[in-house]
Design a protein around this ligand. Sequence first.
Ligand code: FES
Ligand SMILES: [Fe+2]
Length: 324
Amino acid sequence: MLNDWHVVANAREVTDGNKFATQLLEQDILIWRSHGEIHAWLDRCPHRGSRLSLGQIRNGDTVVCPYHGWHFNSDGRCIRMPAHPDHPVSERARATRLHVREKYGLVWVCPGEPAADVPEFHGVDEDYHLVITGPYDVETSGPRAVENFLDLSHFPFVHTGYLGEEPYTEMDDYEVEVSDGEIRVTNATAYQPRANVTSEAGVKVAYSYRVLRPLTVMLTKEPGAAGEKPSDLILLAIQPKEETRIRAWFVLAMNYGHGEPEEHFRDFQDTIFFQDKPVLESQRPRCLPLDPTAELHQPADKSSNVYRRWLKEMGLSYGTIVQA
Ligand code: FES
Ligand SMILES: [Fe+2]
């Protein structure tokens, strides 16, 4: 988790000279921007531990602590202690900087040492327009939320009239494999009365997933005809604020509806996600049990069972229960 990239903000919302406070993996994080460049720091002053995000950004490039006014430049170095203006400042007086990148309109942070690059949103090219939806705060663990995203057999019950409806409940088989360090799910199908914002009639939709990282997944929704590009590509990135308090971010990429206001896509995704949220928050335990005997399974759960095994093999204990 520490060496992965996690989404912490919508890049558009952290404007020049402004700051944004959030949490990641139990730590408070300060995101701010100076002269176009994004910065991510631990939100903690090295002097007495107060939250720097309660302070100010001065002249667009200096963070001023709210408590005793220490000034930090964009390298994180303290350049002024107002109580002792003539005193040399210790080299150790530094804010803790974290690795940060901007990609797909999102701000990604790695609190440890990045083991790889920011996950790639495969297949997105100039034919697609991107819309960020959410974020959605949910009282659950990251793995429970990922598993919900991989689950199709809940559609007729949770997303009635949108992504499914009775009596179209029977699930066809689909394929799951682990290759190149990721989980690939292919040929999963679902009958959807209203598959997306522009749909006017029910269609059978093919889903394929790539679980790129434990908390980052992309989904491809294929249209009917072979050889056509997928209509929807969806990236789900979970920000684990705490072990069982997450923030879910979606990037939607569509090759249709270019003239459609962004609002319509966001409203549709809000509708879908707010149907999932109460069910997700009701699940107990909140952490995902990795022991196969801990919960019961139906054949449609194949992808979730592979996901659980994959997490167990990598030894992920954050947001999971390893032993029943
Ligand atoms: S706690 Fe930040 S300046 Fe004292
Ligand atoms: Fe759902």
